[in-house]
Design a protein around this ligand. Structure first.
Ligand code: ADP
Ligand code: MG
Length: 702
């Protein structure tokens, strides 16, 4: 039950003046429709109304405030037809005159609000028109007493269609005095050391900025609120994680025999990283609790083998395993790699994607439900509602960054095995997230990192070249393909419209086709999966030598003969993405190269970023540098990472708070595991405040 002291904060915004049923719908979409949602909507700018000059000395163009008397209304003639003539109200005081100008005015309303002879406070941007001072559509025209209730420095909020600045500000200003005082959930010592106000004081401060410095995310009030939000988020992840550790899972005996047989089939020894990861997983699976582990390894670090080893452990214990890839092509490619190994080991497997339809699909479903198929390889299709496994023991999710937290939870609920244990989950990602952010993104998971790569990989010769030299680059492909090389040419998503981007890629393909003929192919997101596969197959077989691709180019696709990667508009890509794309080449025996084509002029940061690509191929290092240069918000675009969208915290500027938050939560749960202490009680309030109270149920059982 939500503490009653929060009731007012969770009241409908319609209880605030000026917010009716229509506006609340707009708010619901934009900020949320409770008081708390408005209070968590932070100003992005401000208007300073401290400037109160005399009418004789005011500077043009500034926002100024005057006390004036209303002298005369000049109603435009022919209101109905000639609406472009403004309505004017002439005002003045002992220092001069001022015209208030209104286009498309409602005269009746103005007549009431500004009766002749009345004193009014008037505020807005002043301009001079034919030697006369005027304000077009003043921001405020109020009696002194009313005006005094407004903040002198006015916050300016991000707005959306249908929501006016005035209404929003007024509602928030009315809500502010109603803020309850809440118990302190941060550690008192820490708050003091940071020089932060309490929660109530901080919320009031952010909505009453006194100067531009107050808008800085590093400002004390904003930093405090950011800490609160991160604290709530991390606390939930920690509680979820602790709960999972208590959940029963199955204890899988080690499967040395079957695993060794697989190792015997591989033409290479495992890397140290692979061995470590396999050992982590083996230990997790042997424990009688559920595994939720993230396997973080650069492109080409050999995650697939690790996944297979894990699946074998489940299968050797009589359970089923599933491997889920984000795309059709990747699923099929996994099947091509793993299929022969699994056949050799005598394990029944099957591919399941959206393309399995009708009778074929039904047969697959039956085989999974009967338990005849031990390993299923597929896409999201594997986790549709009508898919039932007889006894799913392990789910492996490849290329995690395309799935969100929600999805990985849904996935781990798919287990309906008779033993009553939950499904073990192994998530694999090639996005090398910097260490400092891993916990924020994946605090609910255990992490294995794979820093080293299989030996014998040739470094990729990376060049950063201006688009001015396009002809030269295009010409140079001739020599490469003469010797049998394959070339990827990637055109980025630039515009909001996929069709526009597609047109750019098609133009590029046409231009290259004019030189190289039918050896040029194109693959893009608008194509049907079967068409894409067909093109990829022709590229893999060498029928096509130059493949123009939009960014849909599948992240994990493996064509060892591909030795040249050209990336157009490289400056528009994230480094992680460039790194992944570059990982498509350098997989075979021949020397590979990567050309980063940019369109200048480049800013300092853009230059620095591209030159990192030239300097290193270490994905983790690239991620750390990218973080340093661009900040966390960019590196972990929320869409990519599955990170929750924060409202008060901005990972770009508040990343430095994260280590403190992590330590705080860790220590806290050691000292007060059930949140029973006074601080623990306060933290429960915090969870309600950020609507993360689902996590409170994890505190009940003990
Ligand atoms: P990713 O981590 O990107 O999924 P893959 O599992 O696809 O990487 O492996 C990339 C390539 O490296 C594959 O061709 C695979 O067979 C090969 N490979 C994997 N492990 C090793 C190893 N220990 N030694 C040599 N090659 C390896
Ligand atoms: Mg892979």
């Amino acid at each position: 039950m939500r503490p009653t002291r929060l009731d007012r904060l969770f009241a409908d915004a319609t209880t605030l003046p000026g917010i009716g049923p229509k506006l609340v719908k707009v708010l619901a979409e934009f900020t949320g429709d409770k008081l708390i949602d408005l209070l968590f909507h932070l100003p992005s700018n401000l208007i300073d109304r401290q400037y109160r000059p005399s009418l004789s000395e005011v500077e043009d163009g500034r926002i100024a405030t005057f006390e004036v008397e209303v002298m005369k209304h000049e109603v435009p003639p022919n209101q109905g037809r000639r609406r472009n003539l403004p309505y004017r109200i002439l005002c003045g005081n002992e220092t001069g005159y001022l015209s208030l100008v209104f286009f498309r005015a409602r005269g009746d309303w103005l007549g009431k609000a500004m009766p002749e002879g009345a004193k009014r406070m008037v505020s807005g941007r002043v301009e001079r028109f034919r030697e006369q001072l005027q304000i077009v559509h003043p921001d405020h025209m109020l009696p002194q007493a009313e005006f005094d209730k407004l903040p002198i420095v006015e916050p300016v909020y991000p707005l959306t269609a249908g929501l006016s600045a005035k209404v929003l500000m007024k509602a928030i200003q009315v809500a502010l005095p109603e803020l309850p005082a809440l118990p302190e959930w941060q550690e008192a010592e820490w708050v003091k050391q940071q020089g932060w106000a309490d929660w109530q004081g901080a919320v009031q401060a952010v909505h009453r900025p006194e100067n531009m410095a107050a808008l800085d995310p590093q400002n004390a009030a904003r930093a405090r609120l950011a800490y609160d939000e991160l604290l709530a988020h991390q606390l939930v992840l920690a509680l979820v994680r602790r709960d999972r550790k208590k959940q029963q899972g199955r204890s899988y005996k080690t499967a040395d025999e079957m695993q060794n047989r697989l190792l015997g089939l591989l033409p290479f020894p495992l890397t140290g990283s692979q061995e470590n990861a396999i050992a982590d997983i083996r230990a997790d699976m042997a424990e009688p609790m559920r595994m939720l582990r993230l396997l973080q390894g650069d492109v080409g670090s050999g995650k697939t083998v690790v996944a297979v080893m894990a699946m074998l452990q489940a299968v050797a214990n009589g359970a089923q395993a599933a491997l889920m890839a984000p795309t059709e092509i990747l699923a099929r490619q996994h099947a091509e790699t793993l299929g022969p190994w699994l056949d050799e080991l005598g394990i029944n497997w099957q591919v399941m994607t959206a393309r399995n339809k009708g009778k074929l699909r039904q047969e697959s479903l039956d085989a999974l439900a009967a338990g005849d198929v031990k390993i299923a390889i597929g896409t999201h299709a594997l986790f549709q509602d009508d898919v039932a496994f007889k006894d799913l023991g392990l789910a492996v999710v490849d290329e995690q960054h395309r799935f969100g937290v929600q999805q990985r939870m849904a996935l781990s609920n798919k287990g309906n095995n008779d033993e009553g244990g939950g499904v073990d989950v192994l998530v694999m990602t090639a996005t090398p997230i910097p260490r400092t952010l891993t916990l924020t993104a994946y605090g609910d998971m255990d992490v294995s990192r794979m820093p080293d790569k299989p030996p014998g990989r040739k470094p990729v010769d990376t060049r950063v070249i201006s688009m001015d030299r396009y002809e030269e680059v295009a010409q140079s492909l001739g020599n490469a393909i003469k010797d049998g090389a394959r070339v990827y040419w990637v055109c980025p998503l630039v515009s909001e419209s996929e069709l526009v981007d597609l047109a750019a890629a098609e133009d590029r393909a046409k231009a290259l086709h004019a030189v190289y003929g039918d050896t040029v192919g194109i693959v893009h997101g608008q194509m049907k999966p079967a068409e894409k596969d067909a093109v990829m197959a022709r590229f893999a077989s060498g029928e096509i030598s130059i493949l123009v691709a939009t960014t849909v180019i599948e992240v994990g696709v493996n064509v060892p003969e591909a030795t040249v990667m050209v990336i157009e508009h490289a400056e528009r890509f994230g480094l992680a993405q460039l790194h992944q794309l570059r990982g498509r080449v350098g997989r075979g025996l021949d020397k590979s190269s990567c050309v980063l084509l940019y369109r200048g002029p480049l800013g300092e940061t853009a230059k620095a970023r591209l030159s990192i690509m030239r300097e290193t191929e270490d994905g983790f290092k690239i991620a750390e540098e990218d973080l340093r240069l661009r900040g966390a918000g960019e590196v972990l675009g929320t869409r990519q990472s599955g990170l929750p969208a924060f409202r008060l915290a901005d990972l770009e500027t508040h990343a430095d708070l994260l280590p403190a938050v992590h330590d705080d939560v860790k220590l806290l749960l050691e000292r007060d595991p059930l949140l029973k202490s006074p601080r623990g009680e306060a933290l429960r309030v915090l969870l309600y405040l950020f609507r993360r109270d689902e996590a409170i149920r994890f505190l009940q059982s003990g």
